[in-house]
Design a protein. Structure first.
Length: 424
């Protein structure tokens, strides 16, 4: 077995299964943050603007630490240690939320969660790349997304039951408890710590236009990545995606909490479970199709669900109709969850800067999500939820146009690297 980034790797079955369960339990944990927080705070008389501000604190924390977090994961040989510390920090975040729904614990929990997530996402992507290599990364990312979606659905059901029949506070104690088996699964993964390193070429090649290639044996700097048109264009697409998507379910959850007396937690849980079932079904297909058709057609398909979903939220008045509308979230989530780390691998995976690239895309997501939650909450408080949903739909339509008209195809990068390996 060789460790070049374009060579197929053969990980042990135990490590493959452990990575499946790691994705499952990490998704369990992350499900406790977001809509359940919005409902929890709304039940304690927080306004939509205050909820949006609290959620924005978490996204700002993640935003400022995405790039250094990705660079740190690139520099660390032990990706498991980075993931472990992130999971522990998320446990602390959940416990802070469970202690008290007041300003200081909530804001502190959002800060801890924001910093932890920026390490956990690239660390898990790095583990996947180290286990299977570039050739099988699309399939592996699809499998990751499937297990994560199953985990989110299971956790949403459990948390919905806890919130409805125990207390909303119990959701966050359950979140902390579900992080413990994630640490066990992480400990069972074995991988080649050198599998993700850039591979030097045995002889120099002619200089190519654009950023350094894998063949020069050197790591790209952040400035090299910032000059790459593919990276910049997809980063803009990520901003628009999250500007449209981040506040959508949180806004709907707050509206449901204000308008329903009974079964609120169960409806919110169903709004999470339904799209996760779609993600579980579609994610492997997304990974395979992106390898066969290219990245752009799949991105257009997934991004097109955003404006349609926002318009339906604006038009639907019955809270129970929110659940079938959330099926569209499954489509966009399946596409985005697989495509972000896959495009990052296209752009920089073979140059030793895979996680830095994920960090830059994460920074873009943080910018979009921060603007989304803050602006949507402000607009909802002053102009109503319908106007806020229409604004989110406009951002989603802009994301579709950006992918369609500007985004270049990145799939060819792996074929060029394979050809370069053969020449070497």
């Amino acid at each position: 077995m060789t460790t070049g980034t374009t060579t197929q790797l053969t990980p042990s079955l135990r490590s493959v299964r452990a990575l499946d369960w790691l994705n499952f339990f990490v998704a369990n944990v992350q499900t406790g943050f977001g809509p359940f927080i919005a409902s929890y705070l709304a039940s304690h008389k927080w306004t939509q603007g205050e909820i949006g501000l609290a959620l924005s604190v978490g996204t700002i924390s993640a935003m400022v630490s995405q790039v250094p977090g990705g660079a740190a994961v690139d520099a660390l040989k032990n990706k498991k240690a980075a993931a472990a510390w992130a999971i522990i920090a998320i446990i602390i975040s959940a416990m802070l939320l469970a202690v008290s729904p007041t300003v200081v614990p909530v804001m502190a929990a959002e800060v801890f969660h924001g910093f932890a997530s920026c390490m956990l996402v690239p660390a898990m992507a790095a583990l996947a790349l180290a286990l299977v290599g570039r050739q099988n990364l699309g399939d592996r990312l699809g499998r990751n997304a499937r297990w994560a979606s199953i985990g989110s659905a299971v956790a949403a059901g459990l948390m919905g039951l806890c919130g409805e029949y125990v207390s909303p506070r119990a959701v966050f104690w359950l979140t902390a408890a579900l992080a413990l088996p994630a640490l066990v699964a992480l400990a069972m993964i074995e991988y080649d710590k050198h599998a993700n390193a850039p591979k030097p070429a045995p002889k120099p090649l002619k200089a190519a236009k654009g950023p350094a290639t894998e063949a020069d044996g050197s790591r790209e700097t952040i400035f090299d990545l910032l000059r790459d048109r593919r990276m910049l264009t997809f980063a803009a697409c990520v901003i628009l995606f999250h500007l449209s998507n981040a506040a959508m379910l949180n806004l709907a959850a707050g509206e449901v909490t204000a308008g329903m007396g009974d079964n609120v937690q169960l409806v919110i849980a169903a709004c999470i479970i339904v799209p996760q079932a779609i993600v579980a079904l579609m994610s492997p297909w997304v990974g395979r199709t992106a390898q066969a058709w290219g990245r752009r057609p799949v991105l257009i398909l997934g991004f097109s669900a955003l404006p349609l979903r926002a318009l339906l939220f604006a038009a639907v008045g019955n809270p129970y109709f929110l659940v079938p509308v959330q099926m569209l979230d499954g489509l966009s989530a399946a596409v985005f969850g697989v495509m972000l780390p896959l495009i990052a691998a296209d752009v920089a995976g073979g140059k030793g800067r895979y996680n830095l690239c994920i960090g830059l895309f994460g920074l873009s997501a943080g910018i979009g999500a921060t603007l989304s939650t803050a602006l949507a909450g402000f607009i909802a408080d002053h102009f109503g939820n319908t106007v806020s949903f229409l604004g989110l739909a406009s951002a989603g339509a802009a994301a579709v146009l950006m992918v369609w008209l500007v985004m270049p195809e990145t799939r060819d990068a792996i074929e060029e690297e394979t050809a370069s390996d053969k020449m070497a």
